[in-house]
Design a binder for this molecule. Structure first.
Ligand SMILES: Nc1ncnc2c1ncn2[C@@H]1O[C@H](COP(=O)(O)OP(=O)(O)OP(=O)(O)O)[C@@H](O)[C@H]1O
Length: 525
């Protein structure tokens, strides 16, 4: 008996060293099975009106992890959880035993020992230790042994409960950090052009719905940024926003990333792993480059959209998830359907709400705003003193065609921040590919480029002469707001008019930070 007690204590110490709840669960169950000299066992957690199997050991265990039992159907774990008492049951004759789960087992259970798991006096789950020997002779049911066993269980149950709480808090923490970083990013959607506004109006109206969205547009036009905005503006904002790029990734790898896998599903699958869809439960999944998704994976995605169910690789049972899909592509999906490279039924499901983001060359008015924005952001990030840009250099940037769109512009600003020695970026600092294009060919009213620094002012006036009065006022107010970090009072002071007039002009010109905020939600001061 003393030997047995020592064995229990040793297992105890070993368990307390484990902080990872998944590993702790596994070690906890294995320790109990070892002490009781049996091989089959499982841990169940109560979730609402269901009991979910979170860990299992022994032959057929892969058929039971993830199984969800309804509180209304018979089960030993349900009985133990609801009554808060341990029980011993004969699998063949006990009416509480769930026959449906047992039906999946090649080797049948004979005797079941089941204990409740407590935290703070509340039952949060149950652990089953199961004898599969037909004579039910392996379980030690001696009352004094069982009482020591119960002590070990109580201590481990506290450790497990704490580890689960810790994991929950960690998850919450990660979610909050991702919301925080999204909020920080959120203010960076820049654009005042008509084409951009049209797309952003759609974003605002789509965010309130829960339908799938298909974003089309060339590479670097801001599809991911817009997807994030759709998520943060939706009721799912407090849940994860997870991104998967579907291009340049082998089919099986993409499937295991998205749907997850069971231990042993393929070489190297040493443990169960949840996929992206499951990890994003409650939130949004952004599938970038959906046009590159292989046909096989498209079928799995269709099942997610039609039935909200996923089947991890190697699993026999499906799992239910609740996610919103936002997909993006720069490919012609309609053309791909004709060539049988994209499923038509999937296309219809994905493109309930379509958004097209215009290329930068179709919204050239936004280039000066974007340039100023990136100079500001990069200046802050790199600690290099903020640089200015000459109207002439801007003139070249506006004329360039930007095949890589906003990403190319952002990268160029990073490059210029580092390579430009002077405080002001001038045309000479620009790369050859940009200088090659004649800026005067782009806008008919633009006068020939003047390289004499003394006549920069004249050039600048020529540049702004192509703008309308509201455009000019808009650009002026935006420049002030950015300079004063969206503090209306300071910006109004700098402009020489009072705050309420300034705020009312902002409203009239429909100027707001990014796109989602009204002037009143800018920094107060
Ligand atoms: N309107 C915008 N205002 C500020 N920054 C933007 C804007 N649109 C895009 N960006 C920035 O440009 C870069 C490219 O944007 P994003 O990754 O969203 O483009 P994408 O269309 O998803 O590209 P790809 O198709 O190549 O994946 C990002 O760094 C993003 O922050």
């Amino acid at each position: 008996m003393n030997n047995e007690k020592d064995k229990l204590s040793q297992e105890n110490y070993e368990l307390f060293r484990e902080l990872d709840p998944d590993l702790l669960q596994k070690k906890f169950l294995n320790a109990l099975l070892k002490i009781q000299n049996v091989r089959r066992g499982s841990i169940w957690i109560k979730r609402g009106r269901t009991y979910v199997c979170v860990e299992a050991a022994g032959i057929d265990s892969e058929n039971i992890v993830g199984v969800t039992l309804d509180a209304g159907s018979p089960s030993i774990v349900g009985w133990v959880i609801e009554n808060g008492k341990m029980t011993i049951a004969q699998a063949g004759s006990d009416r509480r035993h769930n026959r449906e789960v047992e039906a999946h087992f090649a080797i049948k259970s004979s005797q079941i020992l089941c204990f409740p798991l407590f935290i703070d006096g509340q039952v949060f789950g149950a652990v089953q230790i199961i004898d599969t020997n037909p004579d039910s002779i392996h379980l030690n049911l001696d009352s004094s042994y069982l009482s020591h066993f119960q002590n070990l269980l109580e201590i481990c149950s506290i450790a497990l409960g704490n580890a689960l709480c810790y994991a929950r808090e960690q998850k919450k923490n990660r979610r909050l950090s991702s919301v925080l970083s999204r909020v920080e990013k959120e203010n960076t959607i820049i654009g005042q052009s008509k084409a951009f506004h049209k797309s952003m109006d759609l974003v605002k109206s789509y965010a309130d719905t829960d339908f799938n969205v298909l974003i089309t547009g060339e590479s670097g036009t801001g599809k991911e940024l817009v997807a994030e905005r759709l998520h943060t503006g939706s009721a799912r904002a407090d849940y994860p926003f997870l991104v998967q790029n579907c291009s340049a990734i082998p089919e099986t790898l993409l499937e295991s990333e998205l749907f997850g896998y069971k231990k042993g599903a393929f070489t190297g699958a040493t443990r169960d792993r949840a996929g992206l869809f499951e990890a994003a439960d409650g939130g949004t999944v952004f599938l970038d480059e959906i046009g590159d998704m292989p046909m096989g994976t498209q079928a799995g995605l269709l099942r997610v959209l039609q039935k909200n169910e996923i089947k991890p690789l190697g699993a026999t049972q499906v799992r239910y998830i609740n996610i919103r899909i936002i997909a993006a592509t720069n490919k012609d999906l309609a053309g791909m359907i004709q060539e049988n490279r994209f499923r038509q039924d999937l296309y219809y499901r994905l493109s309930v709400l379509p958004i097209h983001l215009p290329p930068l060359r179709e919204r050239r008015e936004d280039i000066p705003l974007l340039v100023r924005h990136f100079l500001n952001v990069e200046g802050r990030k790199t600690n290099i003193s903020e640089k200015k840009i000459s109207p002439e250099a801007i003139h070249h940037l506006v004329a360039y065609t930007w095949p890589g769109n906003i990403r190319e512009l952002e990268n160029l600003i990073r490059y210029l921040m580092v390579t430009t020695q002077n405080e002001i970026i001038k045309p000479d600092d620009l790369p050859e590919r940009i200088l090659k294009i004649n800026p005067d060919g782009v806008k008919e009213s633009t006068a020939p480029r003047n390289t004499d620094p003394q006549t920069n002012e004249t050039q600048y006036l020529r540049d702004i002469s192509i703008m309308t009065w509201p455009d000019l006022e808009k650009a002026y107010v935006m420049a002030l707001m950015e300079k004063f970090n969206w503090n209306i009072t300071w910006a109004a002071k700098a402009s020489g008019i009072n705050r309420s007039t300034f705020a009312s002009r902002m409203r009239k010109l429909d100027i707001h930070r990014g796109t989602g905020e009204s002037p009143d939600s800018t920094t107060m001061g």
